[in-house]
Design a protein around this ligand. Structure first.
Ligand code: NAI
Length: 326
């Protein structure tokens, strides 16, 4: 029997993983996030299962190796929070490369519709029997240009949906995808021409702060910026300044560069010490959701199924295309 320490476990994770339980693998669920302070929980386990806001740095890798942990099964697509260099040749890293690109693409369009047609305000108004339309005017998406940064599985699904709305679709991606239904342009052209910019690329050293004061400067006045990828793609301070100056018309943020200790947790009884996040949340043209774009029944089911397959493959010594640092 192999044992897996499952970090940052939420009730919905436990429910979906229990559906794929197997006799040979015992999963021990822990609410703690995986970091230098909590890694000792994994002592005596054969593998760990981690998520997007766990901090799997070199110290954590050292400790896991010392405890005899041989694999980290990420139950997500992104792995920017794992020190791959430290893990190389010591601990195998697996991920779930795709679970439901539709979930994230559909959340993205939901954010755009809410911000454009001010549904958040309309919902509150009509509950108060205020049926005025003052201040609720939006624009037709039909005919507007959406710029997509990253045309992988999610970016392409989002492009398909945007095409259905009659939008003009342009994208920047160093790797062209034959599945993409729009036109590839240079990054600066995308900044200059887009009415809405949506981020769908992984976070890398090269593209950290791809949305910065310099890139915002090049954009159209009133541009919408939507980020469902990773928080550090945006320099949030510059974004806030762009919103305050009116250069940015609206922002939809499902991810935030300092989300680690906040997102996925109920902080409703606490004072948030992050003034930047608090000020963004207070802005009428900003929508913050707490990394929920993936959160559909289908995606959770697929995450649990693939993660358990990855663990089985690891324990049986079978090659897996979901291993990152082969
Ligand atoms: P993917 O691997 O299918 O596609 C990523 C694309 O980004 C590739 O085509 C790649 O060439 C491109 N790319 C890489 N660097 C780039 C750059 N500097 N500029 C432009 N394009 C670049 O990944 P997928 O499945 O489409 O996911 C995209 C991202 O979405 C993930 O890396 C993750 O950060 C995020 N994500 C967010 C979720 C959420 O719940 N908010 C859930 C799942 C993923």
């Amino acid at each position: 029997m192999k044992t897996v320490a499952f970090f940052d476990a939420k009730p919905y994770d436990i429910e979906s993983f229990k559906r794929y339980s197997c006799e040979d693998i015992k999963i021990r669920f822990f609410e703690n996030k995986l970091n230098s302070d909590t890694v000792s929980i994994a002592a005596c386990c054969d593998a760990v299962c981690a998520f997007v806001n766990d901090s799997i740095n070199a110290d954590v890798i050292d400790a896991l190796e010392k405890y005899g942990v041989g694999a980290i099964a990420m139950r997500c697509a992104g792995y920017n929070n794992v020190d791959l260099k430290a893990a190389q040749g010591r601990i195998k890293i697996f991920r779930v490369p795709a679970y439901s690109p539709y979930s994230v693409a559909e959340h993205t369009i939901g954010m755009i519709l809410l911000l454009n047609r001010k549904l958040h305000k309309a919902y509150i108004r009509t509950r108060d029997h205020n049926f005025s339309l003052e201040g609720l005017m939006g624009f037709d998406l039909n005919g507007k240009t959406v710029g997509i940064i990253g045309t992988g599985k999610i970016g392409c699904r989002f492009a398909d949906i945007a095409k259905g709305f009659g939008m003009n679709i342009i994208a920047y991606d160093p790797n062209k995808n034959p599945d993409f239904c729009g036109e590839y342009v240079k990054l600066n052209t995308l900044f200059e021409q887009s009415d809405i910019i949506s981020l769908h690329c992984p976070l890398t050293k090269e593209n950290r702060n791809i949305i910065s004061s310099e890139s915002i400067e090049k954009m159209k006045k009133g541009v919408f910026i939507i980020n469902t990828s990773r928080g550090q793609l945006i320099d949030t301070q510059s974004l806030a300044e762009g919103i305050k100056s009116g250069k940015i018309g609206a922002a939809g943020l499902d991810v935030y560069e300092e989300e680690t200790s906040l997102f996925f947790e109920d902080m409703s009884d606490e004072v948030i010490h992050d003034d930047l996040l608090s000020s963004l949340i207070a802005m009428p043209n900003v929508l913050v959701t707490s990394h929920q774009a993936f959160f559909t029944r289908e995606a959770l089911d697929s995450i649990a199924r693939t993660t358990m397959e990855n663990l089985k493959n690891y324990f049986e010594g079978t090659d897996s295309e979901n291993e990152i640092n082969t």
